[in-house]
Design a protein around this ligand. Structure first.
Ligand SMILES: [Fe+2]
Ligand SMILES: [Fe+2]
Length: 662
């Protein structure tokens, strides 16, 4: 039990709004419900409270932020008073043993401790002894802290063993740009011993203080950032699953074989064995809201700028989405209109890094202008250049689109093809995947894909699918604004319907995507039906599907993706666009796995947008019409029942052309 008198007194004090003025007041009564706040308290006052109040008051202990709310089971302030003699003295709960260096950082509101690479704040690893401080079924853990050095596995408090399929415990931490709440429970439907890492939608700025709260009520995990719900998961349920032994630590992510110290400030950590309601988290945040306006500490100042200049998503006949990313949390306005004066605007949310402005109510096939104006927390403004876009065409109007795939890791080439494509004025870009080298690497988006593609994607929307190199990373879903669930979707342009599929996921006949595609294709009344997925059902590549320099055996394409061909045959899909093979290939029409002269589907590989080039094998399969090694892009033009495909090399020379008529 953790019911020292001081605990009880402090519990009561937390409910008083102005403790410092209490002075010598005698408490000598028993309560089960606090007279000030409406929350249940776990214990009753049993005398001598006044002494503690007096002593605490003399010591000037930190209760300026006292507030209404339930009692914690543990509570640590990170300041000069708490950190003494190699110990972080808990306000409530176990003290932490300090090894390594901690330094006190003062700001306008108070103090925090800056932790370094050698710092360790250990509560112990005898979990039986610490059992009173380990929530059993419901929990809330909240902290004010700043991350100076983001890392894949950062932690501020945790008690975990995260090894293979025996993951246990819980942790509040962060990765390169967001916070997470990791938890394993006994009743999880993912099978025993798998932690769920619930990441916040909100991103953080280095060196700035944030209030992060993780809540679990026995069925739902939630993560709140600065008082706002920022993520929710129902994968875990039932009692929290603890390891027999694990380091219970503050200021790091640590288990038996991992030890990643927190580099940055921590101000406060508080732990409850009950689930906080959103209103309570909001209130808890609001009490110290001024902390978020304090400037970042201990990091190089960040220049307020566009990390990703404005780009366009999901154009329709009456709307379009403008997105961008700023280097600091900011609010963005999209100004738009039919002249360069851009006299209309939509206002986005505050404190965002990635901004998304959906413009609606536009006229079809009309030219518009737009720019983005963003304002950071200090009121500094930056604005983008004025760019144009055009809304989608009506059914009978001809249109063209560019196809560029596998832009991954080669901005020099992807930039060149994007320029060439823009010069041909496509209505939009189709991107069959592998946009970046590694989807989880922020730099691959902010320094490679978006800057190189900017001449095109700032003027026309791009419609992508996931390649294997996107690694299904959250970045992909953050940067795209596509209909849910985003990894598959459909859209129409003019008289053509596009069906976008993720072939990294299961696409077999029993899969969700197969069934969805079957239903959507059967409903489609469009003149042209075009499917796009990353992996090619047919390919002449030299070694991806069997090494044709060693044997003559090859599957000549991706057999998983080829399962979808049955639907293409059944519903007369006209063209299937893929990438993955970094080369160009156009097949003859194919139906029932055989080359036909008409009414089959043409399979295109256009993986020449930047990735290292690949080569066709020595054997010419019957389906192969045109194969070519080299960086390239394609243009497709549709006019009623006529469709043209053109392919251009890096020097913008036409190297393939085909015209299809219905
Ligand atoms: Fe690729
Ligand atoms: Fe790929």
């Amino acid at each position: 039990m953790h019911n020292a008198c001081s605990v009880l007194v402090f519990s009561l004090l937390r409910c008083e709004s102005s403790f410092q003025t209490l002075g010598l007041i005698m408490f000598n009564f028993s309560i089960t419900r606090c007279p000030v706040c409406s929350f249940r308290h776990r214990a009753s006052i049993i005398g001598q409270a006044s002494l503690f109040i007096f002593v605490a008051s003399l010591l000037g202990m930190e209760y300026a932020s006292a507030h209404e709310g339930p009692d914690p089971i543990a509570h640590w302030f990170f300041n000069a008073r708490s950190a003494q003699k190699n110990k972080l003295h808990a306000r409530l709960g176990p003290h932490a043993k300090i090894s390594g260096s901690v330094s006190v950082v003062k700001d306008d509101v108070g103090e925090s401790l800056m932790l370094g690479a050698d710092t360790s704040l250990e509560l112990g690893d005898d979990l039986a002894r610490l059992s009173d401080y380990l929530p059993k079924k419901e929990m809330t853990v909240a902290s004010w802290f700043a991350v100076n050095q983001p890392r894949e596995w950062g932690g501020v408090i945790g008690v975990i063993q995260d090894n293979g399929n025996r993951e246990k415990g819980w942790v509040l931490g962060y990765d390169y740009n967001r916070f997470y709440f990791g938890l394993a429970t006994k009743g999880a439907d993912d099978g025993d011993g798998k932690m769920t890492y619930l990441y916040s939608n909100a991103r953080f700025e280095k060196g700035r203080l944030y209030h992060v709260a993780a809540v679990y009520d026995g069925a739902t995990m939630q993560i709140f950032v600065n008082g706002e719900l920022s993520g929710e998961s129902k994968v875990q349920s039932g009692d929290i699953l603890y390891p027999k032994s694990a380091p219970f630590v503050l200021g790091k992510y640590k288990d038996a074989d991992e030890d990643y110290p927190h580099l940055g400030r921590i101000r406060e950590i508080v732990l409850y064995d009950m689930a906080a309601k959103p209103e309570w988290v909001k209130k808890e945040f609001t009490h110290q809201e001024q902390l978020v306006t304090l400037p970042p500490q201990g990091v190089a100042p960040v220049k307020f700028d566009f990390m990703i200049k404005p780009y366009l998503q999901f154009v329709t006949k009456d709307g379009i989405t403008v997105m961008c990313q700023t280097s600091k949390a900011a609010m963005a306005e999209v100004h738009y209109g039919e002249t360069a004066a851009v006299d209309q605007k939509i206002v986005g949310e505050k404190n965002r890094f990635i901004h998304e402005g959906k413009i609606s109510g536009l006229q079809s096939e009309t030219q518009y202008f737009y720019k983005v104006v963003t304002t950071d927390a200090e009121g500094k403004k930056i604005e983008s250049e004025v760019r144009t876009f055009q809304t989608a065409n009506n059914e009978t109007t001809p249109f063209s689109f560019a196809v560029i795939s596998d832009t991954q890791s080669n901005p020099a080439v992807s930039g060149k093809v994007a320029q060439h494509a823009w010069a041909q004025r496509p209505n939009f870009l189709l991107h069959p995947g592998d946009l970046v080298g590694t989807g989880s690497n922020d730099d691959h988006w902010t320094k490679q894909y978006f800057p190189s593609m900017e001449p095109l994607v700032s003027r026309v929307a791009f419609f992508p699918v996931l390649g294997n190199h996107e690694v299904n990373a959250r970045n992909y879903y953050d940067y795209m604004s596509l209909p849910s669930p985003e990894y598959y979707y459909t859209y129409s342009y003019g008289n053509t319907q596009f069906f976008m599929i993720d072939t990294n996921k299961n696409v077999g006949p029993d899969s969700e995507q197969y069934k969805w595609l079957s239903k959507e294709l059967s409903k489609s009344k469009s003149t042209w039906k075009i499917v796009c997925h990353h992996h090619p059902p047919y390919s002449s590549d030299e070694n991806d599907y069997g090494n044709l320099w060693k044997t003559n055996q090859s599957t000549r394409g991706d057999l998983r993706a080829r399962q979808l061909a049955k639907l293409y045959d059944e519903f007369s899909v006209d063209i299937v666009w893929s990438g993955h093979i970094h080369s160009y290939e156009r097949t003859w029409p194919i139906k029932a796995d055989k080359v036909v002269q008409k009414s089959g589907s043409i399979y295109m590989i256009t993986g020449g947008g930047g990735g290292g080039l690949e080569t066709a094998g020595p054997f010419k399969p019957a389906f192969q019409n045109n194969v070519r090694r080299g960086h390239h892009y394609c243009m497709v033009s549709v006019n009623g029942e006529q469709l043209e495909i053109k392919a251009f090399d890096l020097e913008n020379r036409l190297f393939d052309y085909v015209k299809i008529e219905k």
